[in-house]
Design a protein around this ligand. Sequence first.
Ligand SMILES: Nc1ncnc2c1ncn2[C@@H]1O[C@H](COP(=O)(O)OP(=O)(O)OP(=O)(O)O)[C@@H](O)[C@H]1O
Ligand SMILES: [Mg+2]
Length: 249
Amino acid sequence: MFEPVDIPRDAKPILTVSGLMKKFGSLQALGGVSFDVRRGEVLGLVGPNGSGKTTCINVMTGLYRPDGGTIDYAGRSVGGMPSHKLVHLGINRSFQIPKPFKSMTVRQNIETAAQYGGNPRGRSGVRPLMEFLELDGAAERSASELTSAQQKMLDVARALATDPKVLCVDELGAGLNPAELAHVASLLRQLARAGIALLVVEHLMDFVDQVTDRLVVLSAGKNIFSGSLSQAARDPQVVEVFLGAPDER
Ligand SMILES: Nc1ncnc2c1ncn2[C@@H]1O[C@H](COP(=O)(O)OP(=O)(O)OP(=O)(O)O)[C@@H](O)[C@H]1O
Ligand SMILES: [Mg+2]
């Protein structure tokens, strides 16, 4: 499961987001967000609280319709498609606050996701997935009994059970201890080596540094930077967004 694959260096992006817009009433949560991600790449999406990171994932995964802009996935336009269609096409996500079916066991949660996602491996893939995410010891426990770290892993397992080509993870690192963080970082890298394109939303910069190949920085619903973390740390606009203007520090 999740063996490394060869990805041509000149492969086109599997997902391209361009000028994405989303309003909630008078609030412009996304004011023209653009980026792309390739198979095998881990793209970090960072920015202050309320900058639009989760909204971006919510729009990309069909929870909300965009008000403008385009989302191209594997050669087709998918902006505005509902979640279940996007899951079947290969775009899925984990949630900032995990949303397992709490009355179901871990195994049932993952089986349900595999069926929903139409994964051809179906139930046969559920056990290896639980082992991969170290949930096998809790397979028959109800999801409500899990620790918050395990609930996050269950959320990832449910997404992976649908066999995504693009996986968005929203603040997976929050609340994890350093050993758990290092473990999750290595799992995400393994998924990327297996050819999945990952969009990682995160506040923890050490984790971002360990996991991502490239960063996009959002501020007030706009992307203000794209490049490496070390370049971001030297970019005056990025520094201002995270630390405030020089006279405010
Ligand atoms: N369903 C919604 N209805 C109304 N406003 C919303 C909704 N979802 C998000 N917002 C608003 O949109 C803006 C962007 O929110 P979003 O959750 O995308 O930010 P974020 O970057 O994920 O923040 P955080 O780092 O705190 O998770 C915020 O002002 C938020 O209050
Ligand atoms: Mg968020």
